[in-house]
Design a protein around this ligand. Structure first.
Ligand SMILES: [Zn+2]
Length: 483
């Protein structure tokens, strides 16, 4: 299935849709999550908590989305978080210089060239305004942060462009209140905001988006994760190196062959791979791309983008960066607070390994890989635990006592499982509707059900049907979800 098929599914079934859509002035790059999207996202995040955050005894915060100006003085966003843009001298259309050059030349252009280098390329390729063909201005910079005024005087502050800054700023308090011992992962799930010049492709490039970020604070003189490493040592990764080669090997082999720098980093890459495999992305379509020096942030010693191959090309889902002590040292300098902590008698400013996940595009990628045609039915084969609904309940008919008997079953399930009740249309059509939104189990109640106190459970993937006593329904659901 391609991008358009996925869009159709999202819009028609109520997963996601454009924000403010009944108004003609709705800005691009903002999407609402509908009921199915909310359930799907919540379950994805619960899986992230269970398989990464809780598994490693990390701690989680939920910080405010508006942060003070000084936070972004320290982080460097005020000075550097900008895109190169050009303006049409005639019609004032605005374009991102790097994307425009990439689109026209067909070559990938780095986001990190100087303004003069972009000007040179635009001149040599003779690029004109795409709308009116007139000449373009020289390159200038556009900061992507949304500034928001606080109070009547509009004191300067900003919507966070990434969730990790709360974690760095809160580190001092957390280190005291939570009696932190290194290494420690601090996690946050929430919204971030970037004023993209040309948002596109619905969930793939948004101006307001979800991130699930983890910053692992560690003592660079004492990187010891050998116990935990054994849980990923046999996990296979595809590493795309800077010579454009793919190296497929276990985490253990990758460290031994020097492809990955150490077990500490290999451990977290293994966790990411295991998480996405569990949630439905196949190894064949995923890779960790080692970022070359000129694409890496200047302070990062190692950067890996976890990418997935989709119908619109390779998509970056997770940025994994060794950020060293850049963040804490900058916040220490600008705030004047001592952010060092004691690690076994040694006073240390921790280093940080970051695992920064784009949630919206992860959801898109999982749906694209799970949505397919099976004969004449459309099937969303989401992994157990990710489907918007766990179970659907169908009374065969609306006659006699069937509706009240069926409602009773629905009411018994709905607090423990995301349950959906549907009493309209033929049973075949009701099955099809649930297949397409990924509901793994449907329960049908027929006239024998009342007499025998049993129901038919039908499974999405195999279409197998089994007859079970009403008292066994919850066990059957748990059996499926715990598998
Ligand atoms: Zn123009």
């Amino acid at each position: 299935m391609n991008y358009d098929d996925i869009q159709k599914l999202f819009l028609e079934k109520g997963f996601f849709f454009p924000s403010s859509e009944i108004y003609s002035d709705a800005p691009a790059g903002f999407w609402d999550y509908g009921p199915l999207g909310v359930n799907f996202k919540n379950k994805f995040i619960e899986s992230w908590r269970k398989n990464i955050v809780r598994r490693d005894s990390m701690i989680e915060i939920d910080g405010s989305q508006i942060l003070s100006k000084n936070v972004f003085v320290a982080s460097g966003h005020l000075d550097n978080f900008s895109d190169p843009i050009v303006r049409c001298n005639e019609c004032n259309s605005v374009y991102r210089a790097d994307r425009m050059i990439t689109d026209i030349s067909g070559d990938m252009i780095s986001e990190k060239l100087s303004d003069a280098e972009y000007d040179e390329k635009i001149k040599s390729l003779d690029i004109k305004c795409l709308k009116c063909k007139n000449s373009l201005s020289s390159v200038s910079r556009f900061n992507m942060m949304y500034d928001v005024g606080i109070g009547p005087k509009g004191d300067a502050s900003y919507l966070r462009p990434e969730t990790c800054q709360n974690i760095f700023v809160d580190f001092l308090r957390l280190s005291k209140t939570m009696r932190i011992k290194l290494p420690i992962g601090i996690a946050q799930f929430g919204k971030s905001f970037r004023n993209e010049i040309s948002p596109r492709q619905s969930l793939l490039r948004l101006r307001e988006f979800y991130q699930a970020e983890i910053e692992v604070f560690y003592n660079p003189n004492n990187v010891d994760v050998l116990d935990e490493f054994s849980t990923v040592s046999d996990c296979i990764l595809n590493i795309h190196n800077s010579d454009d080669e793919i190296i497929t090997a276990t985490c253990n082999e990758l460290v031994n062959r020097g492809v990955l720098p150490n077990k500490f980093i290999a451990y977290y890459l293994g966790l990411v791979q295991q998480f996405y495999t569990r949630n439905g992305l196949s190894l064949e379509k995923t890779r960790f791309r080692i970022l070359p020096d000129d694409d890496r942030a200047f302070y990062a010693t190692h950067s890996f983008d976890f990418e997935v191959l989709t119908s619109v090309g390779w998509l970056e889902l997770v940025a994994c960066n060794n950020r060293t002590d850049y963040d804490l040292s900058r916040h220490q300098k600008i705030s004047g607070k001592d952010l060092q902590i004691l690690d076994n008698e040694e006073k240390v400013l921790p280093h940080v390994f970051e695992i920064s996940m784009g949630v919206d595009r992860s959801l898109y990628s999982i749906v694209e890989e799970s949505y397919h045609k099976d004969g004449d039915r459309l099937l969303l084969s989401l992994k157990p635990g990710l489907s918007p609904f766990d179970v659907a309940i169908f009374p065969l008919s609306n006659k006699n006592d069937l509706p009240s008997f069926s409602k009773q079953i629905f009411n018994d399930l709905k607090l423990d499982f995301q349950s959906f009740y549907d009493s309209s249309g033929s049973i075949g059509r009701r099955y099809r509707r649930q297949d397409e939104i990924g509901t793994p189990m449907c329960i049908t109640i027929d006239f024998d059900s009342i007499e025998n106190n049993d129901v038919t459970i039908r499974y999405r993937d195999s279409m197998d049907q089994i007859r079970v006593p009403v008292s066994e329904i919850k066990n059957k659901l748990l059996e499926y979800y715990n598998n």
